[in-house]
Design a protein around this ligand. Structure first.
Ligand code: NDP
Length: 337
């Protein structure tokens, strides 16, 4: 059983020294447990937080712990009613080939689902996050302007496409021409601006000629700086993530922006609300799956996966994802069904 463990805490961007690949015996499930074999491992930005000792909504990993992560797995042996050998499930197995589960937090997928790995993306935690943050905190009204960065990632792509379905003017932000073209041509965004462009802020302003009513915050940093002056009165900001900051080791240079931020919150009467998806919205997951499942099956919501083969490639794929080297939802293919 191969396992990837946290070997040391990163300072800034994680390196290979922060991870350790070990092998151990395949565990044996006891009464009330089942043995899962990992098929797909999800790589998500939140894992960077778990590697750090800083206080957060979830406890950090300890040195030597197996890296946490959502998985699509196959039941090898089950001592739990309701789970049988061969079932395909979404679980929290972590970065390893085999794990033992009590079934808590595990849900079954249809064994004939054409793309079980979608259970880690558009039909899983990231898709759910985009859907709930936009609809519940963003409070969209047809005709309004929505801006979302990391536009081709699993959260951003969901936010933008659901936004289009709700009649919004959707402006994406993404890294590079290829991602921007995909957001417009395939996902149906009205515009998508490359945040690497020298005149990024000017381009964003031109694409948002009526100002911004909803800024779905995925990245922070210079994207937020460009958005702030464009926010309309009563704009809503679901604060979902700040991925541009996750590897930061110090506060950025430049003037203190806190006064401007608080002034804009006051003068524009903004709603700024953070959320942690399953803490706030867990009970809505079944209805989300129903709705999104129909949209995906009908081809109304599209999704792209950045599939990387082999558990041993997880550390480098993880660092690449934080840097925007992924194109779509990052998934490690650990084993064949
Ligand atoms: P993605 O797969 O989209 O990967 C992260 C993307 O962020 C990169 O591909 C890159 O895209 C973009 N990015 C990285 N650095 C920068 C930067 N400096 N400036 C602008 N963009 C940058 O991630 P997810 O869709 O899985 O997650 C998106 C956000 O949602 C994250 O912040 C994550 O933490 C958050 N999240 C929050 C949850 C919650 O419960 N609150 C739950 C799930 C996710 P590009 O190349 O296009 O710039």
């Amino acid at each position: 059983n191969r396992q990837i463990k946290l070997a040391s805490r990163p300072h800034g961007e994680p390196t290979s020294d922060n991870f350790e690949l070990t092998t151990s015996d395949i565990p044996t499930p006891k009464a009330g447990e089942m043995l899962l074999r990992t098929l797909y491992l999800s790589l998500d930005p939140y894992m960077r937080g778990r590697m750090s000792a800083a206080k957060s909504y979830a406890d950090p990993l300890n040195i030597g712990d197996v890296m946490t992560g959502g998985t699509v797995a196959q039941v090898v042996e089950s001592n739990i009613d309701g789970f049988s050998e061969g079932d395909i499930v979404v679980a929290q197995s972590g970065w390893q080939d085999y794990s033992v589960s009590t079934g808590e937090g595990v849900h079954k997928l249809d064994n004939n689902m054409p793309h079980p790995s979608y259970g880690l993306g558009v039909l899983g935690m990231p898709g759910f996050t985009g859907y709930m943050g936009l609809t519940d905190i963003g409070k969209p009204k047809a005709g309004e302007t929505l801006v979302v960065a990391a536009a081709t990632g699993p959260v951003g792509a969901t936010v933008g496409q659901v936004g289009k379905r709700l009649g919004l003017h959707v402006v994406g932000v993404a890294g590079g021409a290829e991602k921007c073209a995909y957001a417009v041509d395939e996902l149906g965004f009205d515009a998508c601006i490359d945040h690497y462009a020298d005149d990024f802020a000017e381009q964003l302003e031109r694409a948002c000629s009526d100002g911004i009513d909803i800024y779905y915050e995925n990245v922070g940093g210079k994207v937020f700086d460009a958005v702030l002056p464009l926010l309309n009165a009563h704009a809503r900001i679901p604060v979902c993530g700040l991925v541009s900051q996750y590897n930061a080791t110090e506060t950025p240079d430049g003037k203190d922006r806190l006064g401007m931020l608080m002034g804009t919150i006051l003068k524009q009467r903004l709603t700024v609300k953070g959320f942690i998806i399953f803490e706030e919205y867990g009970e809505h997951f079944p209805e989300f799956l129903q709705t999104m499942g129909e949209w995906v099956e009908a081809g109304d919501i599209k999704t792209l996966e950045h599939m990387v083969e082999g558990l041993d490639n997880a550390p480098s794929a993880f660092v690449d994802m934080l840097n925007g080297q992924n194109f779509g939802k990052t998934v490690i293919q650990v084993a064949d069904i």
